[in-house]
Design a protein around this ligand. Structure first.
Ligand SMILES: NC(=O)c1ccc[n+]([C@@H]2O[C@H](COP(=O)([O-])OP(=O)(O)OC[C@H]3O[C@@H](n4cnc5c(N)ncnc54)[C@H](OP(=O)(O)O)[C@@H]3O)[C@@H](O)[C@H]2O)c1
Length: 254
């Protein structure tokens, strides 16, 4: 049995709490947050604390808090005997190097508070400073996911940049699509099967192979017509920038 203390009350903390509660071999000893109301998802009041200390002994302390708060909040747990990990893709292990046993437990997925998802297929990227701690984090990760990988801070930062392109920027494109639909009185749901298939194609094709569209084909007339429809300056700039990038990548004449 592995015992954990979770620090945080947001997207990741809530999903981790739920997943660990459903794991037979992990016990959540405490969940700490600065704002009690944000911990309303924890039914057992005895588990809740607003004190950022390591009074409760646990094998692993998980800092699931904003990147900017990791260094300062983690310091209050620096004397913990257990492993102190953060869950950030963009933050090096060194941010909590004052800990007796620093580490990282980064789930490579997008989490949203109120939307509980399964960790089963989520890569858990772990890092620690010794083999014993790596082993403990591997065992903990395997309670949640079939995919636990050891990744160092430099690799994780790079992976995070790739994830920003693959997820955050893609989602921003959905926002643009949604705004264009709303502006022209169209239902954004009409695009959902297309969005699902775009992602599903990557199970069998590389992103390069999966690319379609007027820029890939070099259909100048369609590109020109689309720019006539787009009224928003920012959307026009994005459309032109991305179309040019696709044309260049796929070797079409600019
Ligand atoms: N969301 C994702 O998809 C995702 C995926 C993988 C990894 N991560 C990483 O996981 C971590 C948490 O992300 P999240 O999305 O769960 O963030 P979030 O929903 O914004 O929650 C942030 C948490 O940090 C707490 N916090 C912020 N500043 C604090 C401070 N100065 N002192 C104490 N607590 C503070 C917040 O407390 P209040 O509620 O009181 O504001 C909240 O509980 C980040 O390192 C992030 O990079 C996120």
């Amino acid at each position: 049995m592995i015992s954990v203390v979770i620090v945080g009350s947001g997207n990741v903390a809530q999903n981790l709490f739920h997943a660990f509660q459903n794991s037979a071999d992990v016990t959540v000893k405490q969940i700490i947050g600065r704002n009690r109301e944000h911990l309303a998802f924890v039914q057992d009041n005895a588990l809740i604390s607003t004190e950022f200390t390591s009074d409760i002994s646990a094998d692993v302390y998980i800092l699931a808090i904003s990147d900017d708060a990791i260094n300062s909040v983690g310091e209050s747990l620096k004397n913990a005997k257990g492993i102190l990990v953060h869950t950030s893709g963009a933050t090096p292990l060194d941010a909590i190097k004052y800990a007796k046993r620093p580490g990282v437990f980064y789930p490579l997925q997008t989490f949203t508070k109120g939307k509980i998802i399964s960790f089963h297929d989520v890569p858990i990227c772990i890092e620690a400073t010794n083999n014993k701690d790596l082993e403990t984090l591997t065992i903990l990760g395997k309670q949640l996911s079939k995919n636990v990988v050891e990744i160092d801070s430099v690799q994780r930062k790079t992976l995070h940049v790739a994830a920003v392109f693959a997820n955050n920027f893609t989602n921003y494109m959905y926002t643009m699509g949604s705004e264009i639909c709303t502006e022209h009185d169209l239902d954004f749901s009409l695009l959902k099967p297309l969005i699902a298939e775009t992602a599903a194609k990557l199970n069998t094709l590389t992103p390069m192979q999966a690319q379609t569209g007027p820029a890939k084909r070099g259909d100048q007339k369609t590109l020109h017509n689309h720019l006539q429809i787009i009224t928003d300056k920012h959307q026009r700039e994005l459309y032109t920038l991305l179309s040019n990038a696709i044309k260049e990548k796929h070797g079409k004449k600019l």
